[in-house]
Design a protein around this ligand. Structure first.
Ligand code: ADP
Length: 172
């Protein structure tokens, strides 16, 4: 597997699957989630609604992942995963790692060859970037997956620099 870092907007990535940092309602939100639904169009939300009705009446649990169409995005699928809200009193790292593992498992089941991830939980959900980046890179590296091309799409210089120093530092 090759891991690459991109500074930019995940909705512009030409990959098989784009991962959405969704919330458990699957009904859209701010940040990446808002951008994906805005650019991808209403088809994505329609499929999310059907998934709520058929499989996830109580919402998609934290750490799990599910795929829908990518609508008008230049990707084939959106894989929605629910990151944990950061907590100072509880270690939720395993749930964050699970988001990456489960997304790659869904990608494998679809036959996706390229997957783009945002830095899950580092926005509204409050996870410190350096800790989240370490968990993300470790989880992806250790995942049992046949996806050959994994891309982290970072939205600002600081996030990109944090991922870059961890990826090149070899200290994972
Ligand atoms: P969460 O609720 O999991 O914290 P957010 O969407 O609030 O998710 O933020 C996750 C990360 O995605 C943040 O680092 C944020 O800066 C970044 N982000 C926001 N919009 C985009 C985008 N269009 N493409 C890539 N990353 C984005």
């Amino acid at each position: 597997m090759e891991i690459t870092l991109v500074l930019g907007d995940i909705t512009e990535q030409e990959v098989d699957a784009v991962v959405n940092a969704a919330n458990s309602s699957l009904m859209g939100g701010g940040g990446v989630d808002g951008a994906i639904h805005r650019r991808g169009g209403p088809e994505i939300l329609e499929e999310c609604r059907r998934l709520r009705a058929s499989r996830y009446g109580k919402g998609l649990p934290t750490g799990q992942a599910v795929a829908t169409t990518a609508g008008r995005l230049p990707a084939r699928w959106v894989i929605h995963t629910v990151g944990p809200v950061h907590s100072r009193s509880q270690d939720r790292s395993e749930l964050l790692a699970s988001c990456y593992r489960e997304s790659l498992r869904v990608a494998d089941s679809l036959g996706a060859r390229s997957v783009a991830f945002p830095a899950i939980s580092t926005g509204i959900y409050g996870w410190p970037m350096d800790d989240a980046a370490r968990i993300a890179l470790e989880a992806v590296r250790q995942a049992e997956t046949s996806v050959p091309d994994v891309r982290f799409v970072l939205f600002d210089d600081r996030a990109h620099a944090t991922f870059a120093s961890l990826l090149s530092g070899g200290d994972l």
